[in-house]
Design a protein around this ligand. Structure first.
Ligand code: ATP
Ligand code: MG
Length: 432
């Protein structure tokens, strides 16, 4: 029989890795709580039509990257490639938009059939934010600050915020004409992908990865020059708000989103330490999407952050030794051996857990010396030893495994009644 393996690009997170993920998730949850942002959880599977309408057929995500299949009822289903469309669908479906502005966040796996490489998987994870029903320029800055400060709270340095304005739909219609005319005039010098996009998705040509195309585009008309005065004022207000918040940014006129429902603010947060997959977080205003998906016209803005790329950055910090994760050691490691000792140990372990102590039980039945070695390796401050002698005497021997912060030496022992978990707790749980 062939060896069973996970699918290509779908990754297991092993016990050595999950503490970092939990740290990120806990930091994010607390960060959003303080900002009054509520969590939303939507299904991983949706009608394919949601993404076709919500992301756009002309995009790589919908055109090439979706996991789509027929279910047993012959419905076309798709594993979500991103979160925004699902969140907007749920908000419309449950009438959330008539209850005032919705400030939402989500976190979870997304699926895209891409070529796997560092920072690019087929199942990956995003933390994302969607603010629905907010229109003011200050909200744009607030939403960006939410991403920037989350990354700061996680200690990720060396980030750059790139900012652009896509203007209003009218601005873009005007610009699109100028751009298409310019691209047509330079068609022969464009890479084949860009040539194919001239009419299908001309704005997307601006962020072509082809270096020759990029060099050529230096002479192209810019979107910034095509903005109407109101759009320009709005963009200036966003920039002023970011400056007032102490968030540095660079203007990038090539930063675009190809779809019509995007407008005004677009941004990316990149890291120089991620190689080719440099974008950690991307977002922007999508004032047309709610209506596109069948809701009332509703201004909206959001972002999504790639957790794998964030993990890569934090792993670099861990490897460089300039940061350590809060330890996940138990408070107490319980060692026991013998027919009377082992059930007594189990009873104590469960009683202590019920009192709130973090307790690990050695279930190997091996020699005390071996169990104690494991107790030391566990990082627990204390070990509890129960042999048949202790069990017969109704006692547990507590042994301090590491010198305490107050200077109590390792090796210190205390005898406590086995039937009195609170007394054990008083010794072991007494330390901060
Ligand atoms: P890229 O240009 O890197 O493909 P994208 O424009 O497709 O990014 P978005 O759809 O804006 O990405 O998703 C937001 C973030 O999610 C990205 O900035 C990135 O950090 C992360 N991300 C996107 N696709 C993947 C993937 N296949 N694997 C890991 N992370 C991803
Ligand atoms: Mg992509």
């Amino acid at each position: 029989m062939s060896k069973l393996q996970s699918l290509r690009g779908l990754v297991d997170l092993l016990p050595a890795q999950t503490p970092l993920w939990q740290h990120i998730e806990a930091t994010a949850r607390e960060h959003f709580r303080r900002a009054g942002v509520a969590e939303i959880r939507t299904p991983l599977l949706e009608h394919t039509e949601l993404f076709a309408r919500g992301i756009g057929e002309a995009t790589d995500v919908v055109g090439k990257e979706m996991y789509t299949f027929l279910d047993r009822g012959e419905r076309s289903c798709t594993l979500r490639p991103e979160g925004t469309a699902s969140v907007v669908r749920a908000a419309i479906e449950h009438g959330l938009l008539s209850q005032g502005a919705q400030r939402l966040w989500y976190c979870g796996p997304m699926f895209r059939y891409e070529r796997p490489q560092a920072g690019r998987q087929r199942q990956f994870h995003q933390i994302g934010v969607e603010w629905l029903g907010v229109a003011d320029a200050a909200s744009d800055a607030e939403v960006i600050a939410l991403a920037w400060d989350l990354l700061a709270a996680l200690g990720v340095g060396g980030l750059a915020l790139e900012l652009n304005s896509l203007g209003s739909p009218d601005d873009r219609t005007a610009y699109r004409e100028q751009l298409v005319a310019w691209l047509e005039a330079h068609r022969d010098h464009l890479d084949p992908d860009s040539q194919a996009r001239i009419h299908a998705n001309p704005l997307r040509v601006l962020d072509s990865k082809n270096p020759d195309t990029q060099a050529l585009l230096a002479g192209a008309p810019t979107l910034g020059a095509a903005l109407a005065p109101e759009s320009r004022e709005r963009f200036e207000a966003v920039q002023a708000a970011l400056t007032a918040l102490g968030i540095p940014f660079v203007l990038n006129p090539r930063l675009v989103r190809g779809l019509d429902y995007y407008s005004h603010t677009a941004f990316e947060i990149t890291s120089s330490q991620l190689g080719a997959q440099a974008t950690v977080c991307g977002g922007g205003r999508y004032d047309g999407l709610v209506q596109q998906l069948g809701g009332a016209p509703t201004p909206a803005i959001g972002w999504a952050l790639g957790m794998e790329r964030l993990v890569l950055l934090l792993e670099q910090r861990l490897a460089a030794g300039d940061w350590t994760l809060p330890a996940a050691a138990p408070d107490l490691y319980v060692v026991s051996r013998g027919a009377a000792a082992e059930p007594a140990a189990l009873a104590l372990v469960v009683a202590l857990r019920r009192l709130g102590l973090a307790v690990e039980r050695d279930c190997s039945g091996s020699a005390f010396g071996k169990q104690l070695k494991r107790a030391e390796r566990s990082g627990a401050a204390w070990a509890a030893l129960i042999g048949d002698d202790e069990a017969a005497a109704g006692q547990v021997r507590l042994k301090r495994l590491h010198q305490s912060a107050e200077g109590s030496p390792a090796g210190e022992e205390r005898l406590v009644a086995l039937a009195d978990p609170a007394a054990v707790m008083a010794v072991v749980g007494g330390e901060p």
